[in-house]
Ligand binder design. Structure first.
Ligand SMILES: C[S@@+](CC[C@H](N)C(=O)[O-])C[C@H]1O[C@@H](n2cnc3c(N)ncnc32)[C@H](O)[C@@H]1O
Length: 285
């Protein structure tokens, strides 16, 4: 599409505004905003919508919340204010899954599921698994249900459960029935000052978790011991500097085959992609 004089002027102004607002990838964000609000919009409304979107981005509203969608593992997820924006990092879990044997029908839990990115991508890659996505926040849960309704196919087995992972009673019906638990929980220590996109425009409960960032990870590990079948896997995403603490935690619960995986291909301003995996051999409680 060829742009008119006004569009070109608006884009030059937007580039200067995004740079002045300290956006870490002004050109990348500009391209996404031009594509969404100018190229794909009808010409009358295009400039107004584009100008509004640029000013929202300059006030540090996350790009994903402005665009309303994000692509994750070939899935186009609907997102918006109040729900965590899936990050490319989580693909580390799916790469691990591709190299791991799991029997057809294995029950999988995606804890702290947010918009459902991780659970849906598992169901897309392995429609023979039974995936349940667990989320407790009202807004996030509504996006989760919406994405499952939009993106699941007849071949997939995937549903959503609104529950708090700290409440073991809510999971009693799944005791010793789950073959794989994955989680990208909130893991930022509460004293860390993040960019406004996370500190101001994401729910605190989606980002922070106690003084060392691992409060919820500890709860999830304890819950996993109750839910996993012998041989069941626990996979948790975390910050790179938390790897030793997580391996210690897994070993305290007598998980075996514990290892941390760093995916050097997936990283962004928040850091590199890191997960730790462990396996329950004997069902020790
Ligand atoms: C870092 S976000 C990850 C979301 C999603 N897994 C993803 O990667 O896009 C963490 C999610 O955990 C949810 N959460 C936080 N505390 C929770 C709890 N106690 N029980 C269930 N979900 C929780 C938050 O609402 C948020 O959606």
């Amino acid at each position: 599409m060829s742009l008119g004089k006004y569009e070109e002027e608006a884009i030059i102004l937007a580039r200067a505004q995004l740079e002045a607002a300290d956006i870490w990838d002004p050109e990348g964000d500009l391209n996404s905003l031009v594509d969404r609000f100018i190229v794909r919009s009808d010409k009358q409304r295009a400039l107004n919508e584009f100008t509004l979107a640029v000013s929202e981005r300059c006030s540090r509203i996350p790009l994903g919340h402005i665009l309303g969608t994000v692509e994750f593992d070939e899935l186009q997820l609907v997102i918006g204010s109040g729900v965590f924006i899936p990050r490319p990092h989580s693909i580390v879990i799916h790469k691990w899954l591709d190299g791991t044997e799991l029997a057809t029908g294995t029950r999988v839990l995606d804890l702290c599921a947010g918009s459902g990115a991780i659970g849906l991508a598992i169901a897309r890659r392995r429609p023979d698994l039974n995936v349940t996505c667990v989320e407790f926040e009202e807004v996030a849960f509504s996006y989760l249900k919406r994405n499952i309704n939009r993106l699941s196919t007849k071949q997939m087995h995937i549903d959503a459960l609104q529950a708090d992972v700290r409440d073991k009673n809510a999971f009693a019906h799944l005791s010793h029935k789950v073959g794989l638990i994955v989680a990208n929980p909130p893991y930022v220590p509460q004293h860390i000052q993040l960019q406004p996109e996370w500190s101001e425009h994401h729910p605190t409960t989606a980002v922070y978790s106690g003084t060392d960032g691992l409060d919820l990870t500890r709860q999830i590990t304890a819950l996993a011991i109750m839910l996993l079948t012998p041989d069941g896997w626990l996979v948790i995403e975390h910050g790179e500097d938390q790897a030793n603490a997580i391996r210690d935690l897994f070993e305290k619960y007598q998980l075996t085959e514990v290892r941390t995986v760093i995916d050097r291909d997936a990283s962004d301003i928040t850091g590199r992609s890191v997960m730790t995996v462990g396996r329950l051999l004997n069902n020790v409680r």
